[in-house]
Write a protein that binds this ligand. Structure first.
Ligand SMILES: Cc1cc2nc3c(=O)[nH]c(=O)nc-3n(C[C@H](O)[C@H](O)[C@H](O)COP(=O)(O)O)c2cc1C
Length: 220
């Protein structure tokens, strides 16, 4: 793998440039190359144990987006965006777990290490089932992947809007998702329309968001 060469400036520039776009330019479409880069970023996102407990449905068909918009409180992004990425939680990961463990074995990871991971994952999955919903655990992984998709889109100069203002049950029905998928969050992507201006960014200062426990803090 080549060394990473993206500069800190370019990352922060992209993150300052992006904003949650409310209205997209309907005349512009995200190219399949850029769309693939965003989806590849989603694929490379870290997940708990590497189980990837989510699924992404890409929607651009106008008949479907019109129906989705009605199930998303009539938010304009749904029909003006070039594509809607629907991130669904996929709480049943038994097949993905066994595929992952077989792949690790095939790739020469020592049996002892794989067995340890397998055992540990079974214990934590059991704890999860008892303490909180597995769907909520799976959704968290989807949100993390969405975050990475959002940064990737910004780096490519593509606008986006993360969205959780929609009716998950209606989305599942419209998209004919199976029982194993539960829509968690959306990412509408495209290009901002001329009428949609970036709003001033409101963010907490770092000192309110971060606490340091390090040698320097101890000296102050
Ligand atoms: C999980 C999540 C859900 C969101 N849902 C919606 C939504 O349904 N509709 C919308 O217009 N914006 C939505 N937003 C956008 C936020 O309101 C926006 O990111 C926030 O106000 C910060 O502004 P900025 O992203 O433009 O910097 C959502 C953002 C996140 C992270």
């Amino acid at each position: 793998m080549a060394e990473v060469t993206i500069s800190a400036d370019s990352i922060l520039q992209a993150l300052n440039w992006r904003f949650a776009t409310k209205s997209f330019d309907t005349s512009r479409t995200v190219s399949s190359e850029d769309l693939n880069t965003i989806l590849e970023a989603v694929r490379l996102a870290p997940t708990s144990y590497g189980f990837q407990p989510f699924h992404v449905t890409v929607v651009s068909d106008p008949d479907t987006t019109a129906k989705l918009r009605r199930a998303a409180y009539d938010q304009e992004q749904i029909t003006s965006a070039s594509h809607i990425l629907v991130f669904s939680a996929r709480p049943n990961i038994s097949d993905r777990a066994s595929n992952l463990f077989s792949a690790l074995r095939r790739n020469g990871v020592p049996e002892e290490a794989v067995a340890k991971l397998e055992k540990f994952s079974k214990i934590t999955n059991l704890i999860r089932t008892v303490t909180f919903s597995r769907t909520s655990w799976a959704a968290k992984q989807a949100y993390l992947a969405l975050g990475i998709a959002s940064l990737t889109a910004a780096e490519l100069g593509i606008d986006g809007c993360p969205m959780e203002g929609f009716d998950a049950g209606k989305f599942a029905k419209i998209l004919r998702l199976g029982d194993d998928l539960r829509p968690a969050v959306l990412f509408a992507i495209g290009y901002r329309s001329a009428s949609d201006k970036a709003r001033p960014k409101y963010r907490l200062p770092l000192r309110q968001l971060v606490t340091w426990h390090d040698n320097q803090a101890a000296l102050i």
